[in-house]
Write a protein that binds this ligand. Sequence first.
Ligand code: M6R
Length: 602
Amino acid sequence: MCGIIGVVGRGDETLDVVLDGLSTLEYRGYDSAGVALSTPGLDVQKRAGELENLRDAIDAGETAPAGSVGIGHTRWSTHGPPTDANAHPHVDESGGVAVVHNGIIENYQALRDELASEGVTFDSDTDTEVVPHLVSRALGDGLDPEAAVRNALDRIEGSYAIAVVLADEERVFAARNDSPLVLGVGEDATYLGSDVPAFLEHTRDVVYLDDGEFAVLDPDGWRVTDADGTPVEKSVTTVDWSAEQTGKSGYDHFMLKEINEQPTALRQGLSGRLDELAGRVTVDQLDGLSTPGRIQFVACGTSYHAALFGVEALRSAGIPAQAFLASEYATGPAPVTDDTLVVGVTQSGETADTLSALREADARGAETLALTNVVDSTAARECDHVLYIRSGPEIGVAATKTFSSQLVALSLFTAELAERDGADSRELVAALRDLPNHLQHVLDESNAEAVVDEYLGSESYFFIGRGSAYPVALEGALKFKEITYEHAEGFAAGELKHGTLALVTDETPVFAVVTGDDERARKTIGNVKEVEARDAPVVAVTDGASDVERYADAVLSVPETHPRTAPVLANAQLQLVAYHMANRLGRSIDRPRNLAKSVTVE
Ligand code: M6R
């Protein structure tokens, strides 16, 4: 996730405050960083890569920024690769307006075309760069600085946390919409951060901005107004965080933080990709993709479970699809025809097995697509096409938010192909629109911790599901064993009776994922009765559409929704089960033994 820091009132210490703030934001993950300092003039310095690169450039005296007002940014690429030019801050042509931004400007292409037609030259591939040019144009039209920034904000659509500084102007302007931004109130200085840790070493008194609010930081302090300029009374709260917690935004573990970031991650993944009026999906990155006759997925671990979900979604839409474990694909026979598309599902874009499989697919003559989270990763660069899932960085080894984002991206991918054949996506589009809020509800209301307490110390844990609940069962078991080190297995619900039922006793809780009330749900309930008859405790993960609760000892509820979005909600409950069990057992949750975030060996 990108990070923002801003400060007014620290005089000669401004550059140090901004750079230190960026250091504390490093935990969010980033691939470039930059600063802009104002008064006198406006100095900007930015570099791709580690913050160290930026510090080195500054130490080397290349336009060392000076000034008493500053903003800084750590960027996680979404539009354009991580280069010096794409790093924030972005400036207008005069170099007098500098902007940092988190989020996605959905109408940036139209704005970019409009500005280009007026002769504006762009230096970067980013969506953000339209903002300084819009501010500059408004200043040229005679607006004062604050009005010019407001005018630019009026033109942009999408999600943003934004900070703007202007040459010789002792103010920072800031605004938020769907992306967090918080003020830090110090004795003689005011700070701005995308996250409290950015300025926590200077003050614990904070003001959280709400969507649509606009803040001005100046040497006299701060004020907040709504989008129309009407003053908003904000309360100052004092946070009580230990330094240890700050990198995790107050969460005990990155995994829990990332589980809770899922509604935001999904909003980012959906941003600009749903046309609610037309009831269609609009995935620009798939525009150049020819319509495949059949699809083969290659993936590992959690991403393989996402691929199984993709297979189910595509087949339901009448599109032939198969999923292969990437490590088996490269060395095995996989018939590729002229119209085969091979999709590598890989959050990191660097998994050696998946890269090998994609290279083999390419050698066999298939078109390839990378479905990944990391802009400019090896998979993204080597494939013919790329679809970014836009989760933001994931630091915990256990994949959580990237899995949810993969499921959403695969739903969009399926809908895009199905629409080409005349399918109607109206219901799916509505369900995807509601998904972030439904997921928030699940996270807020989950009783997973209490369920875990009930079954702590069991012999084994089984997870079952059918159809698109099958990959959820597999993923639930993988997450559980990966971080608890307890024995767990996931099964297609109908398979249990073909062997594993022999292991089922009153010491083996069975988590049954049952959403909807179709034939599959009813058959899974039959399998639930089989384990119940062997005294196994049953935990139903359900939307209440069927009567599975009657046979369950405990229930993890999710809202009723579309069959393509229900797995995301059910999976969130199982993520929390795994997390709380591992926490009770005192495991190393963010760095489980023997595992790595990115597996770069075959
Ligand atoms: O980066 P990738 O998605 O290609 O990683 C593949 C697997 O190594 C990964 O999904 C792994 O299974 C998860 N970290 C487990 O939580």
